[in-house]
Design a protein around this ligand. Structure first.
Ligand SMILES: Cc1ncc(C[n+]2csc(CCOP(=O)(O)OP(=O)(O)O)c2C)c(N)n1
Ligand SMILES: [Mg+2]
Length: 575
C-alpha cells in the first residue's frame, strides 16, 4: 500500500514543476550561462540545481565580489550578468555592485532570496528580515518582486529587458523563500516562460540630428573625439574606427575605451590630453559623459577657447547635463555611428592637418620624455620601472585581459600601459571604486577564456583579496601583480600623536605572495623589474593562478595619485 502511494507521488511529481525549476528554466531560455554568487538560505538548493541543470555557478567568498563579477560580465557580453545572494546581509553585500553597475551603465541582475513577506511586512523579526525591494529601488534601474510561480517567466523577462535596453544598468529581482517551493502544473509552467525578443532594440537617431552634428564637425578647426566606455560596450568596433579615421580628428579614449583603436594609433591623443582639452574648438563625445572624469566639460582644464560639443548617447537626459550640447545625437551607439558615417559620404574633408600635426608633436614629445623612466631597473622598484616592464608584456600579449585598480597604481598604469584591442582594459570605472579587482579578474577569465593580468595597489587588492581562493579553486588563468608600497598612496606616513600606525600605512614589507600559496597557487616576491618580467611572463605562459608581490619604494607615490586636487583642505589644520 505504502509502495503504491509512493509510486503515485512520483507520477504526480512528473507533471509538476516548482519555483526552483521555473527560475532555472527561465534563465536558461534567455541564454544565461553563468551565475556569480554566494550560497545560503534560501538559495543554496537553487544554486545546486542550477549547476545540475548546466548553468555554471561560480561560488565566491563575498557577495560584493560576485556582484562586481556579474557587472563586468554584463559589460563584456551585453547580456545581463547574474549575481545570486541570500537575504538581508548577503543582499546588502551585493547591493554595492548593483549600484556600481547602474552608475557605470553595465547590465546586471541581482537576484536575492528574501524572507517571508508576511513577517517582514509586520516587522516581526524573521530570519534575515529586511524589506529588500524598498532598499534596492533607489540604487538600480528597476526592481521587481515575484510572489507566484506562474509569474516567474514574465519577471525574468522584464528584468532582462530592463537591464539591457536603452542605457543599460542594474536590476533587482526579489525572490521570497516561499516562491522556490511553490508548485504548478509542468505544462502550464513551461508555457508561462518568456523568451525575450529583441531585448535591446536599435534606437535610430533622427536624420536632422545627424546633419546638425556633421555641420558642427565640418566647421571645426581643431576637432577632438572623446571615446567612452559606452562606445566600447556597444561592440561596433569597426564602425567606430572608421568614423575616427574618416574624421581625421585626434581622439582621446577614456580609460575603458582604450584599445577601441590602439593607443599607438597615429590619431591617438592620449599622451597630449592637456593640449587637446584646452585647444579643441569642437568636441564630439562618443559614448562618454561629461562627468568629473572630464572636469564636467568646463573650468581650467578646458581652457579659454570657446567650444562646441556634439554628443552621441543613448540617453536623452545625458544631453546638457553639464554644459550646452549644440548637437545632440540620441540613439544606440551602433546606429548613431553608422548614420554619421553614411552621412559623411566619400568626400569628407579630414581635420585640418596643422592641428593634427600639433597634437601628434606634443604626444610624441611626451612619450619620448617618459621613455627613459620606463627603462630604469631600480630596486626597490618605482612605479615607472615596474610599469615599463608590464607595458612591454601587454604589447606582446594584446589578447590578455587587463584589470587595474589603486591610486598611483591605477593612474600611472592607465597612462603608461598601451592597450591594443577593444574591451581589454577593465578598471575602477565611474566611481573610482576600490574592490573590483578579483571579481573582475574572475569574470574576465570566465567570460572571455583569455588570460588575465590584474595590476593592483596593495590597498586596492585588500578589498577583494580573499577571492584568490576562488581563483585557485576554479584554476583560473589569473596573474595578480600587487604594487606593494606599504600603504595607501605611500607607505611613509607617520602618526606623530601616538603609537598607532598612521591611517594610510600597512604592515611594512608584507608578503602578499604567501597568501596564494595557502591555496595551492604560485607566489613570487619580485624586487626588481627583471624579477617582475620573469614572473609575469611565466604566469601568463603557464596559466597557473599566480600572485606577485612587486616591492615598490614606499616613497614613490603621491597623495591620491593624479586626483589629489579633489581632497578638501583645512585652513586651520593643526600640524
Ligand atoms: C570603496 C572605496 N573605498 C575607499 C576608496 C578610497 N581610495 C582611493 S584609492 C585607495 C587606495 C590607494 O592605495 P593603493 O591601492 O595601495 O594604490 P597606491 O596609490 O598605493 O599605488 C583608496 C582606499 C575608494 N576609492 N573606494
Ligand atoms: Mg599602495
Amino acid at each position: 500500500m505504502a509502495e503504491a502511494a509512493k509510486k503515485m507521488d512520483v507520477a504526480d511529481a512528473q507533471d509538476l514543476t516548482d519555483g526552483f525549476h521555473l527560475i532555472i528554466d527561465a534563465l536558461k531560455l534567455n541564454g544565461v550561462k553563468t551565475i556569480y554568487g554566494v550560497p545560503g538560505i534560501p538559495i543554496t538548493d537553487f544554486g545546486r540545481m542550477a549547476q545540475a541543470e548546466g548553468i555554471r555557478v561560480i561560488s565566491f567568498r563575498h557577495e560584493q565580489n560576485a556582484g562586481y563579477a556579474a557587472s563586468i560580465a554584463g559589460y563584456l557580453t551585453k547580456q545581463p550578468g547574474i549575481c545570486l545572494t541570500v537575504s538581508a546581509p548577503g543582499f546588502l553585500n551585493g547591493l554595492t555592485a548593483l549600484a556600481h553597475a547602474t552608475t557605470n551603465c553595465f547590465p546586471m541582475i541581482l537576484i536575492s532570496g528574501s524572507s517571508e513577506r508576511e513577517v517582514v511586512d509586520l516587522q516581526q523579526g524573521d530570519y534575515e528580515e529586511m524589506d529588500q525591494l524598498a532598499v534596492a529601488k533607489t540604487m538600480c534601474k528597476a526592481a521587481y518582486r515575484v510572489l507566484h510561480a506562474q509569474d516567474i517567466g514574465i519577471a525574468v523577462a522584464r528584468a532582462i529587458r530592463a537591464a539591457v535596453s536603452g542605457r543599460p544598468g542594474g536590476v533587482y529581482l526579489d525572490l521570497p523563500a516561499k516562491l522556490f517551493g511553490q508548485v504548478m502544473n509542468a505544462d502550464a509552467g513551461a508555457k508561462s516562460l518568456v523568451k525575450v525578443i529583441d531585448a535591446a532594440p536599435a534606437q535610430i537617431p533622427a536624420a536632422d540630428a545627424v546633419k546638425r552634428a556633421l555641420d558642427v564637425l565640418k566647421s571645426a578647426k581643431r576637432p577632438l573625439i572623446i571615446l567612452g566606455k559606452g562606445a566600447a560596450y556597444a561592440q561596433c568596433d569597426d564602425a567606430i574606427k572608421a568614423l575616427v579615421e574618416k574624421s581625421g580628428a585626434p581622439f582621446l579614449p577614456m580609460s575603458m575605451a582604450k584599445g577601441l583603436l590602439p593607443d599607438t594609433h597615429p590619431q591617438c591623443a592620449g599622451a597630449a590630453r592637456s593640449l587637446v582639452l584646452k585647444d579643441a574648438d569642437v568636441v564630439m563625445m562618443v559614448g562618454a559623459r561629461l562627468n568629473w572624469l572630464l572636469s564636467h566639460g568646463k573650468g581650467k582644464n578646458w581652457g579659454d577657447a570657446p567650444k562646441k560639443f556634439i554628443q552621441l548617447d543613448i540617453e536623452p537626459k545625458e544631453m546638457d547635463s553639464n554644459v550646452e550640447i549644440v548637437a545632440p545625437v540620441v540613439g544606440d551607439m551602433g546606429s548613431c555611428v553608422d548614420a554619421l558615417l553614411k552621412a559623411m559620404g566619400d568626400k569628407w574633408t579630414p581635420a585640418p592637418s596643422d592641428w593634427v600635426k600639433t597634437v601628434a608633436a606634443k604626444r610624441d614629445d611626451n612619450v619620448a620624455k617618459m621613455a627613459p623612466k620606463l627603462m630604469n631597473n631600480n630596486s626597490p622598484m618605482d612605479y615607472h620601472g615596474a610599469l615599463g616592464v608590464l607595458r612591454q608584456i601587454v604589447k606582446e600579449r594584446p589578447d590578455a585581459m587587463f584589470v587595474n585598480e589603486g591610486a598611483n597604481t591605477l593612474d600611472l598604469a592607465r597612462g603608461i600601459i598601451d592597450i591594443y584591442k577593444p574591451r581589454k582594459r577593465i578598471d575602477v570605472g565611474t566611481w573610482g571604486i576600490m574592490g573590483i579587482g578579483m571579481g573582475y579578474s574572475i569574470a574576465a577569465a570566465i567570460e572571455t577564456g583569455k588570460p588575465v593580468l590584474a595590476v593592483e595597489g596593495d590597498s586596492a587588492f585588500g578589498f577583494s583579496g580573499m577571492e584568490i581562493e576562488t581563483i585557485c579553486r576554479y584554476n583560473l588563468p589569473v596573474c595578480v601583480v600587487i604594487f606593494n608600497n606599504d600603504g595607501i598612496y605611500r607607505g611613509t606616513d607617520v602618526n606623530t600623536a601616538g603609537s598607532d600606525p598612521a591611517t594610510t600605512v600597512f604592515v611594512k614589507g608584507a608578503r602578499y605572495d604567501r597568501m596564494i600559496e595557502a591555496f595551492g597557487g604560485v607566489g613570487v616576491n619580485a624586487t626588481s623589474p627583471d624579477d617582475l618580467r620573469r614572473a609575469v611572463n611565466e604566469a601568463m605562459d603557464s596559466g597557473k593562478p599566480t600572485l606577485i608581490n612587486a616591492v615598490i619604494d614606499p616613497a614613490a607615490g603621491s597623495e591620491s595619485g593624479r586626483i589629489g586636487n579633489l581632497n578638501p583642505q583645512s585652513v586651520v589644520k593643526k600640524k
